[in-house]
Design a protein around this ligand. Structure first.
Ligand SMILES: [Ca+2]
Length: 191
């Protein structure tokens, strides 16, 4: 995007003709505006667009054009992220049949850098049926817990989504270096 800026000294008075400006893209007028800024949209990324501005007064007299200013729009950077590890632990509650499971999820990007602030969403199934979600910390990890309500021999945690501003989740890249999960799902057994 490029903006055609208000000429210096332009007042906000509606009668101030200097506030009326006409932008050019190439050799034809791209837009006419009476406001202080203009956003040019619908452009192609990677293509350079150059602009000049003229001012037009109430009688249609047009100034000479300003110097040219150029800009090249680019697509926003996309960070592709995946689950780099799932680890599970379990804790018994004395003689109670109930127990608690914990899963630590680690998110990394395609350069293997830890991803902080990613929202990990998943669900527990088996000994507990519940959804769970949370934000990764600086080291790219977060730990989710079932609470003291697991009843049954084992519980599975499955990651259903990883989301965040500028992040794209690639489930097919999920992995687990120690092999105790598929990278997407992990089974945790009663202690
Ligand atoms: Ca693991």
């Amino acid at each position: 995007m490029a903006q055609l800026s208000r000429p210096s000294g332009c007042s906000t008075s509606r009668r101030d003709y200097r506030c009326g400006s006409r932008g050019f893209r190439g050799t034809s007028a791209a837009a006419t505006t009476t406001t202080s800024a203009y956003t040019d949209s619908g452009l192609d990324n990677g293509t350079t667009y150059c602009y000049r501005v003229t001012a037009v007064d109430g009688s249609g007299n047009e100034s000479s054009a300003s110097n040219q200013a150029c800009a090249t729009p680019a697509a926003p950077a996309v960070r592709v992220v995946h689950v780099a590890d799932l680890d599970g632990t379990a804790k018994g509650k004395g003689k109670s049949v109930r127990w608690e499971a914990f899963v630590t999820v680690t998110i990394r990007d395609s350069a293997a850098a830890p991803v902080a602030g990613a929202t990990v969403t998943g669900n527990w199934s088996g000994a507990v049926s519940a959804g769970a979600s949370g934000l990764t910390a600086r080291n790219g990890s977060l730990t989710l817990r079932t609470g003291d309500k697991a009843q049954g021999p084992q519980v599975t945690f499955t990651v259903t989504n990883v989301a965040g501003a500028g992040l794209t989740y690639s489930e097919t890249a999920n992995t687990d270096p120690d092999g105790d999960s598929t990278g997407t799902a992990i089974i945790i057994s009663k202690p």
